[in-house]
Design a protein. Structure first.
Length: 105
């Protein structure tokens, strides 16, 4: 696993075991059963939170690490998803308006 992919790649097995009570291998088996590819990230993270009582940060950390390891998350698909967020739409709109005003001057 390339550590440049995500910060979660740097979390050791000992650390995840100490904080969550399970190893990466155990979490990956659980997430395999949850069928993350079909059911999605949100379903997986919420299941870890509600069923396995992980706090929100660890629910996300475990799910994201799993997605990287299984090839479900890449830099490319993260960039494709980011502009869909409302924050980015507003920013893009404001930038376009500012550019348009400058070009008229």
């Amino acid at each position: 696993m390339a550590s440049s992919k995500t910060t979660f790649a740097r979390i050791s097995n000992d650390a995840v075991q100490a904080k969550t009570g399970r190893s990466w291998t155990q979490w990956f088996k659980i997430l395999d059963r949850l069928d993350v590819k079909t059911n999605g990230h949100r379903h997986a993270a919420m299941s870890l939170y509600h069923t396995y009582k992980l706090n929100p940060w660890w629910s996300q950390a475990v799910t994201i690490r799993y997605e990287w390891e299984r090839g479900l998350r890449t830099m490319k698909n993260q960039r494709e998803k980011m502009p869909q967020h409302a924050l980015f739409k507003v920013t893009t709109k404001k930038i376009k308006m500012a550019v348009s005003k400058k070009s008229r001057m």
